[in-house]
Design a protein around this ligand. Structure first.
Ligand SMILES: Cc1cc2nc3c(=O)[nH]c(=O)nc-3n(C[C@H](O)[C@H](O)[C@H](O)COP(=O)(O)O)c2cc1C
Ligand SMILES: Nc1ncnc2c1ncn2[C@@H]1O[C@H](COP(=O)(O)OP(=O)(O)OP(=O)(O)O)[C@@H](O)[C@H]1O
Ligand SMILES: [Mg+2]
Length: 392
């Protein structure tokens, strides 16, 4: 019984002749093939799968150029010679698994040239089988994608920097109300401390405990407000973890509490007890929601006239997904406004940067989610963050 053919046709078949793909005579075809391999930018390596540790039996000139080793130095060795200290072991393991299963491997791996310089290698390894379906060789093609990688990293850094700048601007915009927010517990601390002193002087030491407990609670509150602001301003790498959107939503509303009161906005949170959970960097979810909430407040504040100002935040789990909605009763938007809103630097505010919605959207999309906006039936807009949920 013959071994299984590559595509499991049941019966082993002789491989199709390459002749069918060429109109050239054999000698010319050979010459052109050699020339093609010579000019190709991608490296090509063939190794013998039937011998222990699959030694290399062919390298193209382009591979020699890519890695800086001569064919003489490479032939007979294993390709892992181009791996080094920064090579991801997980990727190496994936290659080994693919090869032992007779599958194609395709992926990026950090490799090193003879002179030690690293480069990102977009590597593809495919098995070649004989007529019985047995793997006899592997063909590897290598493409230097270092520049692409660097461009991607720069893009990533830029996105992080923009997100950070946008956070700093949001905190700055809340600056006055944050100072006010911190001032309140500080004033309470002072009043209670003075009361405690008076109690001590008058010998009523029994009541001092209560005053001291209030002091502790208020000092803690002030500390938390500052901690939250610092968390937003600090530039730290994103780290995803299991996060409760309900908790983030209630913290965001607490953070803008003073601002909301000053603007005469009635804020509500629905689904505060929701047990929904998402995998995300908590600071980034905080930022995304804060952007939408601050936008809603600013939109209502900027509107002339005396419309009732309402801000409704709602957290809900819909099947596998989690939805966070921010609805306002502000001026809303025309179709044109809606089209412009997500454009870079588009703002209608004297101090706006026009990055908030863009950053919010990219943060949400980075976690497999999406951001939607719709006009309300009554006044205002509703922004919705959709995120994949995570079971606890
Ligand atoms: C034809 C062929 C080409 C390969 N080319 C590369 C390469 O360019 N860079 C690399 O890091 N690994 C390459 N490998 C993978 C390594 O040779 C080796 O299979 C891998 O490190 C996993 O095996 P190991 O765990 O025994 O090291 C190639 C493998 C084959 C079969
Ligand atoms: N809830 C809303 N109601 C009406 N218009 C809105 C609302 N949210 C955003 N907009 C409009 O979209 C524009 C862009 O918002 P975005 O958050 O991207 O930037 P910004 O708030 O102007 O500045 P910043 O970068 O500081 O957030 C706003 O200037 C505003 O005109
Ligand atoms: Mg904004």
């Amino acid at each position: 019984m013959a071994a299984r053919a590559p595509f499991a046709t049941g019966r082993a078949r002789a491989p199709r002749r390459a002749r069918g793909r060429s109109l050239l005579g054999e000698a010319l075809a050979e010459r052109l093939k050699a020339a093609a391999l010579d000019v190709a930018d991608d490296g090509i390596v063939i190794s013998d799968a039937t011998r222990p540790d699959a030694p290399i039996v062919y390298v193209s000139p382009s591979f020699e150029r890519l890695v800086g080793y001569s064919a003489r130095e490479i032939l007979g060795t294993n390709c892992r010679m181009v791996q080094g200290p920064g090579t991801d072991l997980d990727t190496v393991r994936q290659i080994a698994i693919a090869l032992s299963g007779g599958h194609v491997f395709q992926g990026e791996i950090l490799n090193y040239r003879k002179d030690g310089t690293p480069f990102w290698n977009f590597l593809r390894i495919a098995p070649i089988r004989d007529e019985t379906g047995k793997v006899t060789h592997y063909v590897g093609t290598q493409t230097d994608v270092t520049e692409l990688h660097q461009a991607r990293e720069r893009q990533q850094e830029l996105t992080t920097a923009v997100a950070h700048a946008s956070r700093v601007r949001t905190v700055a915009a809340l600056g006055a109300s944050l100072a006010h927010e911190v001032n309140q517990p500080l004033a309470a601390v002072l009043a209670n401390a003075e009361a405690a002193l008076r109690l001590l002087e008058s010998g009523k030491t029994g009541d001092v405990r209560e005053a001291l407990e209030s002091i502790v609670a208020d000092a803690r509150r002030a500390g938390e407000i500052i901690l939250r602001a610092r968390r937003l301003v600090r530039n730290q790498p994103a780290q995803a973890e299991a996060v409760s959107p309900a908790q983030v939503a209630s913290e965001v509303l607490a953070f803008v509490g003073t601002r909301v009161r000053h603007a005469g906005v009635k804020a509500t949170l629905e689904g505060a007890r929701s047990r929904a959970c998402v995998r995300i960097d908590p600071v980034q979810l905080y930022q995304a929601l804060l952007n939408l909430v601050v936008n809603a407040i600013e939109a209502m504040e900027a509107e002339p006239g005396h419309h009732p100002r309402g801000l409704a935040v709602r957290v809900e789990a819909i099947g596998e997904r989690v939805r966070l909605r921010v609805a306002d009763t502000g001026p809303g938007a025309t179709d044109e406004d809606l089209a412009r809103m997500f454009q870079t630097f588009h703002t209608t505010k004297s101090r706006g940067t026009g990055l908030g919605l863009l950053v919010t959207r990219s943060l949400v999309e980075a976690y497999g989610g999406r951001l939607e906006v719709a006009r309300n039936a009554g006044r205002g807009l509703t922004f919705t963050i959709h995120l994949p949920g995570e079971s606890r």
